[in-house]
Structure formats: structure tokens, C-alpha cells
Ligand binder design. Structure first.
Ligand code: NI
Length: 226
């Protein structure tokens, strides 16, 4: 499932973040990629321990954690601290798959990457190219969202960032270990949750709503790993 999460950051938070990112110490992004990915990666990133990255990362994780659509779609268990990248002057990230297991910076533990998320900091008209292209069984999907919007997609998918031929594309990206590792199961739970919400606003207290809510939680009980 590929889903847009609108308005993750308020205009004020977005402006503050963009300001802070302007003067941040960007470094070569190839250092944090695995072997295959490093061969096709040409961008800049903020070091994981950088104070701006940590402050903005915490703000993003909190905003996503409070966003009902994100929570329903990703069913997050663990967040890897959000990272930041910048593409310009033809920079790109060729087709790759994200590593399955990532070490949590500063902690002696790892997370499994189930859900990937990209939050856009530049508006589409600020740069040419730079589309995030995600492949799934239905084909390739090109994603280029307004600043402050995010996309979530399965970490299992092949994806790339097209070359940025004008302007500058700044984004945050992060991985989430989900309560439900399988994308199809997460998608079914998401659809069921949305349907229950739609019913609930029209027929509050109806017993079918209660029955469906019970089914949702019982499926989650079957499939969740904590
Ligand atoms: Ni990737």
C-alpha cells in the first residue's frame, strides 16, 4: 500500500524546519548505504547525531505518531530516528531496496524495516525531477508531494529518486517497524479501519459497527507482533 499523509507539519513548523535545514552541515550520503545502494546513490545527508537532525527528527516522529491516518496505515511499533537528505545538480538515488534490519543509532538494538516514509520539505515547483518512484505489483508509482506532506510505502518495494535537474529537493526519510510486518495484512486492517470510521459517523452505536470493530481488533490480535 502506498499512501499520502497530508499536512504532517503545520506551516509554522515547516517554515522553522526549512530554515534550520538551510544552515545544517550536509555530508555525502553514500556513507550510510549498503553495498548495492551505495553504487547508485548520489545525494547529501545530515549526520545522524547532528543536533538539527535530532531536533527536527523528534518533531517529525511526534507529528506522525499523532496523525490518525499514519497510525492506522503504519501501525507503528518502533521508529528509527528520521534522517534528512538533499538532492541537487543531477543528484539521484537509483533503484534499490532498503536494508531489512537497521541499527538504532546510539543504542545496542536493531529494528526491522517494514514501512518506509518520506516527508517532503520542498514544494514540487521548486525543483525539476526528484520524483520518488515506487514499484509494486501494479507497476511504478511516481510520488512528488507538496512540502509538509508525506508518503508511506512498504519497505519491501524497489524504489528510486529521479535525478534533480533544477533546484533542490530536501526531504526527511525514516523507517518504521510495524506491529504487522506483512503489507497486505496492514492494508486490509487499514481498509477495515477506514470503513468502520465511515460507518461510525453515520450510524453511531449500531451493532454492526461494534461487530466490525471487534473483528478489527481480533485480526490485530492474531497478526500483531510486539
Ligand atoms: Ni531507499
Amino acid at each position: 500500500m502506498i499512501l499520502t499523509i497530508p499536512n504532517v507539519l503545520s506551516p509554522a513548523a515547516l517554515a522553522e524546519a526549512r530554515d534550520a535545514l538551510e544552515s545544517a552541515p550536509w555530508e555525502d550520503g553514500a556513507g550510510t548505504a549498503g553495498h548495492q545502494a551505495s553504487l547508485v546513490k548520489s545525494n547529501r545527508q545530515l549526520p545522524a547525531g547532528d543536533p538539527v537532525a535530532r531536533r527536527l527528527g523528534a518533531m517529525i516522529a511526534q507529528a506522525l505518531g499523532n496523525h490518525p491516518l499514519f497510525v492506522s496505515a503504519a501501525l507503528p511499533l518502533h521508529f528509527l530516528p528520521p534522517m534528512f537528505n538533499r538532492y541537487e545538480g543531477g543528484g539521484e538515488y537509483g533503484t534499490h531496496v532498503d536494508g531489512a534490519i537497521r541499527r538504532v543509532p546510539g543504542l545496542d538494538r536493531t529494528i526491522r524495516t517494514d514501512v518506509s516514509c518520506t516527508l517532503f520539505f520542498a514544494d514540487p515547483e521548486e525543483y525539476d525531477g526528484g520524483e520518488l518512484v515506487i514499484e509494486d505489483t501494479y507497476g511504478a508509482h511516481s510520488v512528488k508531494l507538496p512540502a509538509g506532506h508525506a508518503v508511506v510505502y512498504p519497505s519491501t518495494s524497489l524504489h528510486r529518486v529521479n535525478p534533480v535537474t533544477r533546484g533542490r529537493r530536501i526531504a526527511s526519510f525514516m523507517w518504521i517497524q510495524s506491529l504487522v510486518r506483512d503489507d497486505q495484512r496492514r492494508a486490509m486492517l487499514f481498509d477495515l479501519d477506514c470503513a468502520i470510521r465511515d460507518l461510525g459517523t453515520e450510524r453511531s452505536g449500531d451493532s454492526p459497527v461494534v461487530t466490525l470493530t471487534g473483528i478489527y481488533h481480533n485480526l490485530l490480535r492474531q497478526w500483531a507482533e510486539t
